[in-house]
Design a protein around this ligand. Sequence first.
Ligand SMILES: *Cc1c(COP(=O)(O)O)cnc(C)c1O
Length: 394
Amino acid sequence: MEEFDPETQLIRGGLARSSFGETAEAIYMTSGFVYQSAEAAEARFKGEEPGFIYSRYGNPTVRMFEERLAGLDGAELAYATASGMAAVFNGLLACVKAGDHVLASRVLFGSCFYIIQTLLPRYGVETSFVDSADPADWAKAMRPNTKVVFLETPANPTLALLDLKAIADIAHAGGARLMVDNALASPIVQRPFEFGADIVVYSATKHIDGQGRCLGGAILADKAFLETEFQPFLRHTGPALSPFNAWVLVKGLETLALRVERQSETALKLARRVEAHGAVKATLYPFLESHPQHALARSQMTTGGTLLSLDLGSKAAAFAFLNALEIVDISNNLGDAKSLATHPATTTHRALPEADRRAIGIGDGLVRVSIGLESEAALARDFERALDAAHAAA
Ligand SMILES: *Cc1c(COP(=O)(O)O)cnc(C)c1O
């Protein structure tokens, strides 16, 4: 089979038509499968004959999603899960045992932080966090028993970056795997395997669906890891993705590049406008020249992404901004066709102690906006209105 370029892979990758020759991918809404004979069932269970056994193990629609996404990211294999967190949790658990150590970035999606800080230690896994973007600090934090280095870049909601290549080299020198949560960037904006990542996890709920319809996740890696270590986890613990949701996500992939590229373009234009407005203390966007890690952003991301964060200086100004928006909705989701804005300190990052929140740059004035597919002109007017309200409230 010819290897597709990314645009073609998004449309054609993994496509497996039935004997009916349907144009669109079929939804195989079935829990189980039947066999031609007792011998065929025996052979399939022994792994001597290809084919599906049970949808907790694998399903044709789910397989199409897995193959399309794996090919896009340059991974040998992908396994889909019912949510992004199922991918993160199962991926981590498949890599460690009691006595091992997991090193992670402090700035993580809240549920990832909870798993690493609270859950893993309950099962005898040591964990620790790095606050810094300096690779030297990551090297210092490695321990002889570090098995996984886990990070997210750009970080949510500060959009601070980590150097993928440098941290991958540090992980490998210490005999650990680098696992990257790439949900925020999406596979269009950042390809972590090219910088040395060993495992990439996604919340497909975000950009891959990107239209607010369903939850989903995926874990991508080399065949050896996924087949020997992760597959037993998936098969026996049951985080399987529904075939219907897999179908929604397969169709989401078809328009992923178009959506993310347009959303990124609009985000950059809006970032430039916002930066020029007096009401803003700081405009955080990786492809702005003023971003402290602008050069790193240009070297490991293809666009600045779909998220834009603003520091409006105070909670009053941030709330005035949110309440004055007429088009952008107040919502904690991201990567959606609809532009969505949230106040991290009182919603997504509310559980973090205030000192930690401040240490990682999530002040009371910070607002995160996920830029959607509305016109730039309409969003610019909405921002203008909201910035004026923020200015008046400050
Ligand atoms: C949303 C998100 C998750 C969790 O994904 P779900 O699909 O909601 O389980 C994990 N990591 C990041 C960076 C996210 O944005």
